[in-house]
Design a protein around this ligand. Structure first.
Ligand code: THU
Length: 133
């Protein structure tokens, strides 16, 4: 892990401790580096009305946009288990709104090796803002 990934990892782990996951018990933390040089982090926030739950990546994006930043240059996701926790399909599309296809995404479980990938690899042939007329 390089120093940027290390900082993103620490931010994601810190916010992950506050995840509201009474239903899945699957606590996720996500951190994004924005083009303002700042790191924005978020955790998943579940709800008794299950579909109203919010993923960690969506929370991190909300933090970023609320602080005035619009472009993501790097992403880190960490969650439980031995497999790297990858963004769900919906969050891949959410990231697509604010990140270029070559943006690096690091995914990690509590144990095991990280997955180093990109948004373009996770969401091929994707639809984005530039398609709209
Ligand atoms: N979850 C995330 O927050 N991010 C991911 O990358 C994968 C899944 C959440 C959604 C739900 O609260 C829990 O993990 C189990 O799916």
């Amino acid at each position: 892990m390089d120093s940027v990934d290390q900082a993103l990892f620490e931010a994601a782990q810190k916010v992950r401790a506050n995840a509201h996951v009474p239903y899945s018990k699957f606590a996720v933390g996500a951190a994004v580096l924005a083009d303002d040089g700042k790191i924005y982090a978020g955790c998943n926030v579940e709800n008794a009305a299950y579909p109203q739950g919010c993923c960690a990546e969506a929370s991190a994006i909300s933090q970023m946009v609320g602080q005035g930043a619009k472009r993501i240059t790097r992403v880190f996701v960490v969650g439980p288990g031995t497999k790297p926790v990858t963004p769900c399909g919906g969050c891949r599309q959410r990231l697509r709104e604010f990140a270029a296809l070559d943006v690096p995404i690091t995914c990690l479980g509590e144990d095991g090796a990280p997955l180093h990938t990109t948004l373009g690899a996770l969401l091929p042939h994707s639809f984005g803002p530039e398609f709209l007329l």
